[in-house]
Design a binder for this molecule. Structure first.
Ligand SMILES: [Zn+2]
Ligand SMILES: [Zn+2]
Length: 295
């Protein structure tokens, strides 16, 4: 990001412009913009970028790399941002800025170092290029690790989890026990540990849409969230709005808002894709494509 800002290429850094490309792409997919028109605009932008980038040589890339507010977890030293890393000035501790195709901002690393954990974060990509969400935590050796949440494999963990300190967000739609935030999911407190007898679970991020605790509370209390506008279809990669609703079987499902006549009607109350696995996290965003350019 800093590199792109430094090079004076607002096209790749301004979110509203990235959104504009997303929009153009969607229009092209919908047949409202021709492919050649789209490609021409891409080519024009690329030309501008290359021209701009050529005027700098790599040693003089301007950038205001800062320092972290949080000291090094190993030695208490000052951590400075460099082009590729967050590097302690006192020891060998360092963190890569780009992990699984996603670039960390300084504020995120500050949070990781203070809380030893951050997330769920969106925008990671696996080797196959599929997007995923994850929590990052620092392990005992102060190395960052992905944490996809306990029991995400489906068969649960043998370890008992003590939820007595967790705030209850409402009653489980399946069994009436307490629902709490746990890793990447909201889970029924009876769905964890060796004595589990319920399987209620709903993601904290569903198809790129963050489901805030107050929305989960609302869903559990009234059977429906507010209209959430930032879902991204994993199949078409388009944004859509929907309510999350409590289905008759106690699972969480979608209810779609009324669409303009152009768009073909969608099936109401489709079941939410399984949200437990990291792969279910949804579709590509232009922002992750943008990050590739910096690496
Ligand atoms: Zn250090
Ligand atoms: Zn339950």
């Amino acid at each position: 990001m800093t590199l792109l800002n430094g090079l004076g290429i607002p096209e790749l850094t301004a979110p509203e412009l990235t959104g504009e490309w997303e929009w153009k792409l969607a229009r092209m997919e919908a047949g409202e913009m021709s492919r050649s028109e789209f490609m021409q605009e891409i080519a024009a932008m690329t030309e501008r970028i290359v021209a701009r980038a050529k005027t700098y040589d790599s040693d003089t890339i301007p950038g205001d790399f800062g320092e972290l507010a949080t000291p090094c977890p190993k030695c208490g030293g000052l951590i400075k941002e460099t082009y590729k890393k967050f590097q302690c000035q006192g020891c060998d501790f360092s963190l890569w800025k780009i992990v699984a195709g996603r670039q960390f901002e300084a504020a995120e690393i500050d949070e990781l170092l203070t809380q030893r954990r951050i997330g769920p974060l969106t925008g990671f990509r696996n080797k196959m290029g599929r997007p995923f969400n994850a929590i990052i935590q620092l392990n005992a050796e102060n190395s960052p690790e992905f944490d996809f949440g306990q029991g995400s494999g489906g068969d649960g963990t043998a370890e008992a989890v003590d939820f007595s300190q967790h705030e209850s967000l409402g009653a489980c739609p399946k069994c009436g026990a307490r629902v709490v935030a746990h890793g990447m999911s909201y889970v029924c407190e009876r769905s964890q540990g060796p004595a589990k007898n319920c399987d209620f679970r709903s993601g904290t991020i569903i198809l790129q849409q963050a489901i805030e605790p107050d929305q989960m509370q609302k869903l559990l209390r009234s059977g429906r969230t507010d209209l959430l506008k930032d879902f991204v279809s994993a199949r078409t990669r388009r944004k859509f709005s929907a309510y999350l609703v409590r289905a008759a079987d106690g699972k969480v499902g979608f209810e779609f808002e009324k669409r303009e006549p152009r768009t073909p009607a969608r099936k109401p109350r489709a079941t939410v894709e399984k949200t437990g696995s990291p792969d279910a996290a949804g579709a590509a965003t232009v922002s992750s494509g943008r990050k590739k350019i910096t690496s």
